[in-house]
Design a protein around this ligand. Structure first.
Ligand SMILES: Cc1cc2nc3c(=O)[nH]c(=O)nc-3n(C[C@H](O)[C@H](O)[C@H](O)COP(=O)(O)OP(=O)(O)OC[C@H]3O[C@@H](n4cnc5c(N)ncnc54)[C@H](O)[C@@H]3O)c2cc1C
Length: 338
C-alpha cells in the first residue's frame, strides 16, 4: 500500500501556500483517492498553522523564521525532516524554483529516487509518472519500483486545490536550523508593470520579428511597435513571449525593443509556457517557434502573410491583417472598457 506525502511551501507573502503547492495537493488528493491510500501534507513556512486550515489530510509542518525564505540548507533540512516523519512511499512536490533546487538532495538523503517535470500521474491501480522529453515532442510514462519516489510536478498541470477554513490535525516536526552562509536581507523585484513574463496570465501575447521590419510605407516603426505592445500588456495583463528572431535582434548591444530578453523567447530553444490562450503577432509560426506552444489551449495569430505557418494548421484562428492596425484598435477597445 502506497502512502502519499505532498510537500508544500508558503508563497512570497508567507500568508498562503503557493499556487503550485495547491496544484500538488490536488494531484495528491486524486492519487490517494484512486489508490485508496493515505495522504499527508507537509508545510515549510515561518508560520504554518494558518496555512494548514482546510487542507485535506493530516498536516506535518516545519515552522520558524529560518524557514521563511528559500535557501538550500534550511529547505533541504525541513523537507528531509518532513519525509522522515511521514514515512511516505510517494512524495509529491511542486516544481517551483524553491523546491526544484533542493528535492534531488532530499531524495538522496532519504535513499529515494526522483523524477522531475512530471505533468500527470497515471497508472490504474499503480503509480506511473508522465513527462515530456525533447522539447515537449515526446511524452514518456515512467514507473519505478524503488521507494520513496519523489515526483516534482510542473506548474499549470493541475487545478489548484481550493483553500478551506476548517482546522486540521497539525503536527510540528522539530528541525534544528542548520548553519547557513546565506542570509536574506530583502527582496528586489521589478515593478509588476515592468515584469512582462507572467506565468499565471490567461493570455500569452507573442511578438514576432515583423514588428521591427519595414512596413508597407517602406519605414520601420519600432517605437510605435513598443508602445502598442506595452499598452496591450498593461491593459490586458497578458504575459509577453517572443520569437527567437526578435529577441536575437537585441544582442550586440542593439536593444530593439528594450523590454524583451531571451527569457521571453518561446520555442525549441526557449520556453514552453502554459496559458489558456495565445495570440501571436507579426510572427511567421515556424515549427521551432510553435513547438513552444504545446501547452497553449486556444491559438490565434495576426500575420500579413496568408501562407504563414499559423495558417498551415498551427493556429485555430488566423487574422490576415496588419498587426499595427489590429493592436491599435484592440488597445482602443480595451481603453474604452476602463
Ligand atoms: C535550431 C533552431 C532553434 C530555434 N529555436 C527557436 C525558438 O526557440 N523560438 C523561435 O521563435 N524560433 C526559433 N528558431 C527560429 C525559427 O525557425 C524562426 O526563424 C523564427 O521563429 C522566426 O521568427 P519570426 O516569425 O518572428 O520572424 P519572421 O520569420 O521574420 O516572420 C515575421 C512575420 O511577421 C509578419 N509581419 C510583418 N509585418 C507585419 C504586420 N504589420 N502585421 C502582421 N504581420 C506582419 C511577416 O509576414 C512574417 O510572417 C530556431 C531555429 C533553429 C534552426
Amino acid at each position: 500500500m502506497e502512502s502519499i506525502l505532498v510537500l508544500t511551501h508558503a508563497d512570497e507573502s508567507g500568508a498562503t501556500l503557493s499556487k503550485a503547492s495547491f496544484e500538488a495537493i490536488t494531484s495528491g488528493k486524486e492519487l490517494t483517492e484512486r489508490l485508496g491510500a493515505q495522504l499527508k501534507i507537509g508545510i515549510v513556512a515561518a508560520e504554518p498553522r494558518p496555512l494548514s486550515k482546510g487542507l485535506p489530510g493530516p498536516v506535518l509542518a516545519v515552522e520558524g523564521e529560518p524557514f521563511a525564505q528559500p535557501r538550500f540548507a534550511t529547505d533541504a533540512a525541513a523537507c528531509e525532516a518532513l519525509c522522515r516523519a511521514a514515512h511516505a512511499s510517494i512524495v509529491l512536490a511542486p516544481h517551483s524554483s524553491r523546491f526544484a533546487r533542493v528535492m534531488a538532495a532530499v531524495a538522496h538523503r532519504v535513499g529515494g529516487q526522483i523524477d522531475t517535470h512530471v505533468t500527470a500521474i497515471v497508472g490504474g491501480d499503480g503509480v506511473k509518472a508522465s513527462r515530456w522529453f525533447y522539447r515537449q515532442r515526446i511524452e514518456a510514462v515512467l514507473a519505478r519500483t524503488s521507494r520513496p519516489w519523489f515526483l516534482l510536478l510542473d506548474a499549470g498541470t493541475h487545478a489548484p486545490n481550493a483553500a478551506g477554513s476548517g482546522e486540521v490535525s497539525l503536527e510540528f516536526v522539530p528541525v534544528e536550523a542548520p548553519a547557513t552562509r546565506t542570509s536574506v536581507t530583502g527582496l528586489r523585484a521589478p515593478q509588476q508593470s515592468q515584469q512582462t513574463i507572467r506565468p499565471d496570465a490567461k493570455l500569452l501575447f507573442v511578438a514576432g520579428a515583423g514588428w521591427t521590419k519595414k512596413q508597407p510605407d517602406g519605414q520601420v516603426h519600432v517605437d510605435e511597435a513598443g508602445k502598442l505592445i506595452l499598452d496591450f500588456l498593461a491593459a490586458s495583463g497578458a504575459s509577453l513571449g517572443s520569437s527567437k528572431s526578435l529577441v536575437d535582434q537585441g544582442g550586440e548591444g542593439n536593444s530593439v525593443l528594450p523590454f524583451l530578453t531571451h527569457l521571453n523567447q518561446v520555442g525549441q530553444t526557449g520556453s514552453t509556457p502554459r496559458h489558456p490562450k495565445g495570440l501571436a503577432t507579426c510572427c511567421h509560426g515556424e515549427e521551432p517557434h510553435v513547438v513552444g506552444w504545446r501547452f497553449i489551449g486556444e491559438r490565434r495569430a495576426v500575420s500579413l502573410d496568408p501562407n504563414c505557418g499559423w495558417s498551415r494548421g498551427k493556429a485555430d484562428v488566423v487574422y490576415v491583417a496588419d498587426a499595427f492596425k489590429v493592436m491599435a484598435k484592440v488597445n482602443e477597445m480595451l481603453g474604452s472598457l476602463g
